[in-house]
Design a protein around this ligand. Structure first.
Ligand code: AMP
Length: 266
């Protein structure tokens, strides 16, 4: 500010896209006063990525975002899914913190909260429990080998049972969220895969989309197997719901928002 006194500053929040989530989806079934006193509610994360890929998916559908219902799956070392209705986030799997939702590289995602009370009674301290849930769980926790999907895929191919289980649990949790968000959206036009795993792992995409014909999701296995780190439609021609791979680009959203903020009158 000293050297550039006339420069405008902008902040882009990763939670901003989720500001449209309705109260029914962001309120936890805890005493309401905890929300009032401490702001305990679902906030969600990866908003910039979910927004970007849902906008690209609408373009790929040849529709305006307002005319689409889309589920976006950002699958990286951290991961979350979002239900995007008419271009707006209406629910997302991360919560007050990025710990809630699907299983991640080292985070546990959804668990029964009573597990923590049980472990506390067994002598675990709060800091240890935080460390277990954030740094020692997820793909790493189940496999006891790695949080990296590339390593786990290789280990699974070599017959490592816990690596196979870690990948299965990872895909299963995502399937559950797709089912839930299909119900929440009412109708579904597209599912989008993004993030390091979503963009690159055809195996994860295949496991997630397996046997989903009932809700209209059918991927073309041959196309899926070839897609890595590029924008593509991996669904069968007749699939009622389109399945897209879209490399995320959070910087584009940040640049556009900054540009539009910088041009606003004070
Ligand atoms: P991100 O946090 O978006 O950078 O994603 C990191 C995750 O993407 C790690 O678990 C990586 O193993 C995974 N990833 C990156 N490249 C590949 C690949 N070619 N196949 C499978 N997973 C990959």
């Amino acid at each position: 500010m000293k050297n550039l006194p006339n420069a405008k500053q902008a902040a882009c929040f990763d939670t901003a896209f989720h500001a449209s989530i309705p109260k029914v989806a962001y309120i936890y079934a805890l005493p309401y006063e905890l929300y009032e006193k401490y702001g305990i509610r679902r906030y969600g994360f990866h908003g910039t990525s979910h927004r970007y890929v849902s906008e690209i998916a609408a373009e790929m559908l040849g529709k305006k975002p307002e005319d689409t219902n889309i589920i976006t799956a950002h699958l990286g070392n951290g991961g979350s899914l979002t239900a995007v209705k008419a271009g707006k986030s209406i629910d997302t799997s991360m919560g007050l913190t990025p710990l809630e939702g699907i299983a991640m590289g080292t985070r546990c995602g959804d668990i029964d909260p009573a597990i923590l009370f049980y472990l506390q009674e067994k002598g675990y301290k709060t800091q240890e429990l935080k460390n277990i849930c954030n740094k020692k769980s997820g793909l790493l926790g189940i496999s006891n080998k790695s949080n990296d999907m590339r390593n786990l895929t290789q280990l699974a191919e070599q017959g490592d049972e816990l690596s196979k289980l870690a990948i299965e649990v990872f895909a299963y949790r995502i399937r559950k969220y797709i089912g839930t968000y299909t119900a929440v959206l009412g109708t579904l036009d597209a599912v989008v895969f993004t993030g390091g795993i979503g963009e690159n792992s055809f195996i994860v995409r295949q496991k997630v989309c397996k046997s989903m014909e009932q809700i209209g999701i059918e991927i073309d296995e041959a196309i899926n197997a070839k897609v890595r780190a590029k924008q593509a439609d991996i669904s069968k021609v007749n699939s009622r719901v389109k399945v897209f791979v879209v490399p995320t680009d959070e910087e584009v959203i940040i640049a556009r928002d900054t540009y539009s903020l910088a041009n606003q009158e004070n």
